[in-house]
Design a binder for this molecule. Structure first.
Ligand code: PGA
Ligand code: ZN
Length: 421
């Protein structure tokens, strides 16, 4: 391409929790400007790439990102200026070399991902292509089925739920726009249901309700009732996906369901609980049902339920080819959650997805609980053609931004658009 990178700079902005993050601006010598912002997780896997924070207690409780900003402006930018922005993997590799650590601890995965995504945006614009087509090619036309997180617990809300996410999955919708409508109507039905029962309709970090329920299982019951009340058939039109994020309640060899006062469970007892739930409720996907280091448990879980539902690895696989390869070999899961900031560059994220494809695994492109108005991951999901996305509830603009972008893409593709896995 004729345009080259003229300048790169980063700005400290706030995410949806009011915590600092980065926005990166990449300008090309033809006048093109690409920008992108970086999300941030709360229930993170221990092997995720490092999110660099200042640790200066006088600013934002130590959570400022001025060091990462300086790394973009002073270390990364001088190395990348003059390069062709379409050389994504070369640019990502140069940043990896500059960082020279196994987990991006020196420059920060937040600094690197901001640059990586903004470079892709600038290149797409310079090529006059929508981002999904630039990243995915002319064949990128599959809209994802959303996993919509309507009840929040765990580290995302002060609710009584130990399990972090109870999600709607409109598996029977004919297209993305209808899937969104199914989800939104069910979310509103759930709101009325909670209101009738005198329960709170305040929302958690990802926009799902966070009521004081008697048990984790009650959340599944409520969702089934809400689906029916909204006029849909549970299982057939709208199914349930779960992300207990079990690492967050695993301590000293036991799963401790403290918030809901349901006692302690061994790995086997958790598997038994999930089996009963899968028998009872229309659950089609289970992410992080066990803790990140419980590889044996995951193996048993996949052996028990992997033939019936999608077993997704998030905290244990951290979008990292090293752990995904191990997961494939050991039959730990049959699907991976894909979060760009867990690994830190666009190219490495694509490598992780290639591994999944080769193994016949499904993959779900995911947001983080701390998000911005940037909808990069919506385009990325269409580009990667995996047919699934996880991007939160049916309210809060940082979640809706992704859904709205998917609506735009579906409209743009018109009759060429495909939907679902
Ligand atoms: P996080 O949670 O973004 O707070 O890490 C999301 C998830 O566990 O899937
Ligand atoms: Zn998760």
């Amino acid at each position: 391409m004729s345009a080259h990178i003229r300048a790169i700079r980063a700005l400290e902005i706030l995410d949806s929790r009011g915590t600092p993050t980065l926005r990166v601006f990449v300008s090309l010598d033809d006048g093109t400007l690409g920008t992108s912002s970086v999300p941030s997780g709360a229930s993170t896997g221990e092997n995720e790439a490092v999110e660099l924070r200042d640790g200066d207690a006088k600013r934002y409780g130590g959570k400022g990102v001025r060091k990462a900003i300086a790394h973009v402006n002073e270390t990364i930018a001088p190395r990348l200026v003059g390069l062709d922005p379409t050389e994504q993997s070369r640019i990502d590799r140069l940043m990896i070399e500059l960082d020279a650590t196994a987990n991006k601890a020196k420059l920060g995965a937040n600094a690197m991902l901001g640059v990586s995504q903004a470079v892709a945006r600038a290149a797409a614009q310079a090529c006059r292509l929508p981002l999904y087509q630039y990243l995915g090619g002319a064949g990128a036309r599959r809209l994802p089925v959303p996993q919509m997180n309507v009840l929040n617990g765990g580290k995302h809300a002060d609710s009584s739920l130990d399990f972090q996410e109870f999600m709607l999955m409109p598996v029977g919708a004919p297209n993305f726009a209808e899937a969104l409508r199914y989800g939104s109507e069910t979310f509103q039905a759930l709101k009325r249901l909670l209101h009738e029962r005198g329960l709170s309709t305040l929302v958690g970090d990802e926009g799902g309700f966070a009521p004081a329920l008697a048990s984790n299982e009650e959340a599944c019951q409520l969702i089934v009732t809400a689906i029916e009340r909204a006029g849909y058939r549970p299982g057939e039109q709208i199914a349930i996906a779960l992300d207990p994020a079990a690492t967050s309640f695993f301590e000293k060899d036991r799963y401790r369901l403290t918030r809901s006062r349901q006692g302690e469970k061994t790995s086997d007892q958790m598997i038994e609980l999930y089996r009963k739930w899968v028998d009872t409720y229309p659950i089609v996907s289970l992410e992080d049902g066990l803790a990140e280091n419980d590889w044996k448990g995951f193996q048993a879980l996949t052996a028990e339920l992997g033939g019936r539902i999608q077993i997704v690895g998030d905290d244990n696989l951290v979008t990292n080819p090293i752990y995904i390869r191990r997961g494939i070999e050991e039959k730990t899961c049959n699907a991976a959650l894909i979060k760009l900031n867990q690994i830190g560059t666009v190219s490495e994220t694509i490598d992780a997805i290639q591994l999944c494809r080769k193994a016949g695994w499904r993959y779900v492109i995911s947001h983080r609980s701390g998000e911005t108005e940037d909808a990069f991951m919506a385009d990325f999901a269409v580009a990667m053609s995996g047919g699934q996305i996880k991007t939160g509830s049916l309210c809060r603009s940082e979640r809706i931004a992704k859904y709205n972008r998917l609506l735009e893409i579906e409209a743009e593709l018109g009759p060429a658009a495909l939907f679902g896995a």
